[in-house]
Design a protein around this ligand. Structure first.
Ligand SMILES: *[C@@H]1O[C@H](CO)[C@@H](O)[C@H](O)[C@H]1NC(C)=O
Ligand SMILES: *[C@@H]1O[C@H](CO)[C@@H](O)[C@H](O)[C@H]1NC(C)=O
Ligand SMILES: *[C@@H]1O[C@H](CO)[C@@H](O)[C@H](O)[C@H]1NC(C)=O
Length: 428
């Protein structure tokens, strides 16, 4: 009898044990779900344990690679542009035709970008082999050519939430995005723009204007502006900065990273203004013009001061000097980089063709080439004056009231003109 009781007790203990083990087994998946959720939450906040971050990283780079090939599969370059670029010995021409051939054959190796940290290793010897007079290029142009395939600098100051609505699920509609090329030291110009034509907010008629200043990094010879810039970025929320040297010949890179950034962070934008921080813009006039456009014109708009019959300048002393051995051909009609407008709907196609066209040292010419690749021609508008107006009209407020943009004005002139065009006493 005792034996039977002991036996029953053992069975009972066993059952309890089995139930216990079973319940822990059952609990485990639930636990895993929780911990994964925690993990991804931490991941979103950027504090993830190594392992999980790594696998997410792999996943991201995989999708990016996949996406970039997909992007290239959808790119087509117009016959117009193909015919405009002569097939000859010049370096850029050769790069361009290699890219076009790759595009047609589905061989996208031409579009491979080196990781930023390994960039600029394109050695002197290789370039001298390809460009017979490379060593006679001005030093900055040599630097440009060496870095032509470096296209993905890391971002230093970001504004990821500026275009996102309060519920974080959708983007707030932006009617006009002002993308202003600036440089770390130009605080005075930026502040003038903020106080005048670049004021953010909802303008008359409910049109939202948002402003971004696009900056590179100061060079070693400049004083370190990073502390001031972080303060400025926090105070005004309108600074975007990438880790490349601020330089005239890096403006094409600035355009490329801006297109990419906007596609990701601010895709819901109707029009984009790209321009300098030392121009005067009649924003109310611009908004009226854009609002008045026919629906058929708003989709592929590219408007500004059009330079229609330009070709490369061959004077080595010019800021815009292009040696014959670099590019031999004409320029497309393009809108002067001091300030022009394009449709938000062009962001994606422009970004895609910019993956095909090799970088060019002059950013507005490059933009014109990309537009031409899409079959879009620049529309000339009298109101854009990137080469300034007649000397005697330069302080005439009435003349400015009828303009869209004029280059170039000092901060003081800009403030005066802005007050002037808004004065109720003004009778033009
Ligand atoms: C988005 O729009 C809502 C309402 O229209 C506004 O309250 C909010 O501040 C806007 N967000 C940004 C980032 O402008
Ligand atoms: C670029 O920016 C980073 C971060 O602000 C800074 O540490 C670095 O020194 C800058 N580079 C140069 C060359 O100034
Ligand atoms: C462009 O930026 C890169 C990265 O900072 C720099 O190494 C290069 O010298 C710059 N190019 C020119 C032409 O200044």
């Amino acid at each position: 009898m005792k034996r039977v009781r002991a036996y029953t007790a053992m069975v009972l203990v066993f059952c309890v044990l089995v139930i216990f083990i079973y319940s822990t087994l059952n609990l485990e998946p639930a636990n895993t779900v929780i911990s994964t959720e925690e993990g991804s939450q931490r991941l979103r906040r950027g504090h993830d344990p190594e392992g999980q971050l790594k696998s997410t990283h792999e996943h991201t780079s995989f999708t990016t690679a996949e996406m970039s090939t997909a992007v290239l599969q959808t790119v087509s370059v117009s016959k117009d542009l193909r015919e405009m670029i002569p097939k000859n010995e010049a370096y850029w021409n050769r790069l361009m035709h290699t890219a076009l051939k790759g595009l047609d054959d589905g061989d996208y190796s031409f579009a491979r970008e080196s990781p930023w940290s390994l960039c600029r290793v394109e050695n002197q010897e290789l370039l001298q082999l390809n460009i017979h007079d490379f060593s006679s290029y001005p030093p900055l142009l040599q630097t440009f050519v060496r870095g032509m395939t470096c296209k993905s600098p890391p971002i230093l100051i970001d504004q990821p939430n500026k275009c996102v609505a309060a519920n974080r699920k959708e983007y707030n509609q932006t009617f006009l995005l002002l993308a202003i090329k600036s440089s770390p030291r130009n605080f005075e110009q930026r502040q003038t723009v903020r106080e005048t034509w670049g004021r953010e907010g909802v303008h008359h008629g409910g049109l939202t204007v948002r402003t971004f200043f696009l900056l590179g990094n100061s060079t070693q010879d400049d004083p370190d502006m990073s502390a001031l810039l972080s303060y400025e970025a926090e105070r005004f929320g309108d600074i975007l900065q990438w880790d490349f040297h601020e330089s005239f010949l890096n403006l094409t890179l600035k355009m490329k990273v801006f297109l990419q950034w906007t596609l990701k962070n601010c895709p819901q934008v109707s029009f984009i203004f790209s321009g300098d921080d030392d121009v005067f813009v009649n924003t109310p006039g611009l908004l009226n013009y854009l609002k008045s456009l026919d629906a058929s014109k708003t989709e592929n708009l590219y408007v500004g001061h059009v330079i229609s019959t330009a070709s490369p300048l061959r004077d080595p002393r010019s800021k815009y000097y292009i040696p014959m051995s670099f590019y031999d051909g004409a320029y497309p009609a393009y809108a002067g980089g001091g300030g022009f407008i394009f449709s938000g709907g062009l962001l994606q196609p422009l970004y895609s063709v910019s993956r095909v066209l090799p970088f060019y040292p002059i950013d507005d010419v490059y933009f014109g080439m990309c537009a031409k690749a899409l079959g879009i021609s620049a529309v000339a508008h009298e109101g854009f004056q990137t080469f300034d107006i007649k000397e005697q009209d330069r302080s005439n407020v009435c003349v400015h009231k009828h303009l869209m943009l004029v280059h170039q004005r000092s901060p003081q002139q800009t403030k005066k003109l802005w007050r002037g065009i808004h004065s109720p006493m003004l009778t033009c």
